[in-house]
Design a protein around this ligand. Structure first.
Ligand code: GLN
Length: 538
């Protein structure tokens, strides 16, 4: 029998509901329970692939190629599970399915309505995940904030499921914000009270409240107040607060007794939690011996969430080599205004050019790559980072001055990066890139082989363009090594440079598979090389 934990959020968005969801999952995993997690996203987009990551946050690519909400990345990183597109339910998918069914006569004679048709479809999709994976517990998180019109059908579906499943088979965890006004210095529980009132108005009563506070644990008096106004037990009110690394939050909630209460409320058999591995992993993040500074050269990089997997992968790799990473995001347009600005990269131990789209800032990225190549600065290029490395080398070494990706200049005489052949006639934008996990063959005696220690690798992809093999020979002649290829040998997967100590770029996004206890090989190699270079210089 699968049990369900529903997680909702109130007061504000961005209060760490996803991390609370993961922490609950972890508390169950260390007690030996098999779990999975679903993110419900009330937006009308069918998936996150068509949304701007600089506004909405990163698009996280799953093994099966589904372009997911970034919370799925947090789930995979915390819980070490591999999710599929079924684990992300959006209003877009629900409406698409219901309307398709209606057109096919699936509801003949009926007026199709939000209740029951939309809510039934939401429940069906949630239960599919339970049937497929047969977990002990499914965590179902509703995106957005209580009060959003869009999330109402999802919350109504949760309410119905809580009625339909037996007692002790579901619990509801509500995550809210408890602000502290500096003038008064007292935690304010009123927004939480109002939020729960709102939940009750739609028929949902929380069992557990997790209050996000800025300054550590809430005092007993605040917990008492929340408990009595919101009708939850005082022992079922917990605090989450800012922690570094975020992987510490499950431990903080466990210390407050949350794990035991979740087990008790769900009527699960008690097991002794085994935290030792997780604690060891957290310790690695907390005891760095050295510092390292990495420049991330992209565009609009001010929204921290737009490259969350890249950031986390850098942190995982740094913890594994025993250092603390400081990541500075550099808007590459400044290298376009004055090419001398690129000299600022000298102060960094390594430079990363992440994935990206479009021509804005591309020249700046090319200049950053040139700087790394010329100065033997450890360089990691991800996806667009690989493509622009090829453009840089073609322009500056092969002297093909107008060499470009056709993404930036469709008229270029030297399209060193060109559209994948199967992309040429694609008009639809949603879910049509080369997506998901693809296998690649690694050449022996290459950096790629040293990094992955394997002749076959699998990484996730999200791109439309690729290296144009008409330029392969010329590029090889000037020291480019095409070190991993797609199985049909038609696609370049990784490149490296013979003359540099660590100049590595990949067409894939290895950050999606990085885990805090198992860093991604290219990120690990990059951080290690950056640290070595730093110690050589000092
Ligand atoms: N814009 C490039 C492409 O579509 C790179 C994509 C990326 O970096 N994810 O191929």
């Amino acid at each position: 029998m699968t049990k369900y934990i529903f997680i909702t959020g109130g007061v504000l968005s961005g209060i760490g509901k996803g991390i609370v969801t993961c922490s609950i999952g972890k508390m169950l995993q260390v007690r030996g329970f098999n779990i999975t997690a679903i993110k419900c996203d009330p937006y009308i987009n069918v998936d996150a692939g068509t949304m701007n990551p600089y506004i909405h946050g990163e698009v996280f690519v799953l093994e099966d190629g589904y372009e997911a909400d970034m919370d799925l990345g947090t789930y995979e990183r915390f819980l070490g599970i591999t999710l599929t597109g079924n684990n992300n339910i959006t209003s877009g998918q629900i409406y698409q399915e219901v309307i398709k069914r209606e057109r096919n006569g699936g509801y003949l004679g009926h007026c199709v309505q939000i209740i029951p048709h939309i809510t039934d479809e939401i429940k069906r999709k949630i239960r599919i995940v339970a049937q497929e994976n047969k977990p002990d517990v499914v965590l179902v998180e509703c995106g957005g904030t209580l009060g959003d019109i869009e999330s109402l059908p999802f919350l109504e579906a949760f309410r119905q499921m809580r009625m339909e499943e037996k007692r002790n088979e579901t619990i509801l965890v509500h995550v809210t914000l408890v602000p502290v006004l500096s003038a008064v210095g007292e935690p304010k529980t009123k927004p939480t009270q109002h939020s729960v009132k709102e939940l009750r108005a739609i028929g949902l009563q929380p069992d557990i409240i997790v209050a996000r506070s800025e300054n550590g644990l809430l005092p007993l008096s605040a917990k008492d107040k929340i408990a009595s106004y919101c009708s939850v037990e005082q022992r079922a009110v917990y605090t989450s607060y800012n922690v570094e690394p975020i992987y510490k939050l499950p431990l903080i909630l466990e210390e407050q007794g949350m794990g035991e209460v979740v087990i008790e409320y769900l009527n699960l058999v008690k097991g002794i939690p085994k935290w030792s591995k997780w604690k060891q992993m957290v310790k690695k993040f907390e005891q760095p011996k050295k510092n390292i500074k990495i420049a991330m050269c992209g565009k609009y990089t001010d929204l921290a969430d737009s490259y969350v997997s890249v950031n986390e992968a850098l942190k995982h790799a740094s913890a594994a080599v025993g250092c603390k990473v400081k990541i500075d995001w550099i808007e590459t347009e400044i290298f376009e205004k004055d090419s001398k600005n690129v000299q600022m990269l000298e102060q960094y131990d390594g430079v990363l050019v992440p994935g990206g789209f479009g021509s804005r800032g591309a020249l700046g990225k090319i200049r950053a790559i040139e700087f790394c190549r010329m100065n033997d600065k450890p360089f990691l290029g991800i996806c667009y980072g690989l493509q622009l490395s090829i453009v840089e080398i073609a322009r500056n070494i092969l002297k093909l001055t107008d060499a470009d990706s056709t993404e930036c200049n469709p008229e270029t005489k030297h399209p060193v990066i060109d559209l994948l052949p199967e992309q040429k006639n694609i008009k639809e934008k949603g879910g049509t890139m080369r997506l998901g996990s693809h296998e690649a063959i690694v050449q022996l005696n290459t950096l790629t082989h040293v990094l992955y220690k394997s002749e076959k690798i699998r990484e996730r992809h999200r791109h439309r363009w690729e290296v144009n093999l008409e330029y392969q020979q010329q590029l090889e002649e000037v020291g480019v090594i095409f070190s991993a290829w797609s199985l049909d040998k038609k696609r370049v997967e990784t490149i490296e440079l013979t003359n540099n100590k660590f100049f590595f770029a990949t067409q894939s996004h290895p950050e999606f598979k990085s885990r805090p206890w198992d860093p991604s090989p290219p990120y690990y190699g990059f951080i290690k090389a950056s640290l070595e270079k730093k110690s050589q210089l000092s």
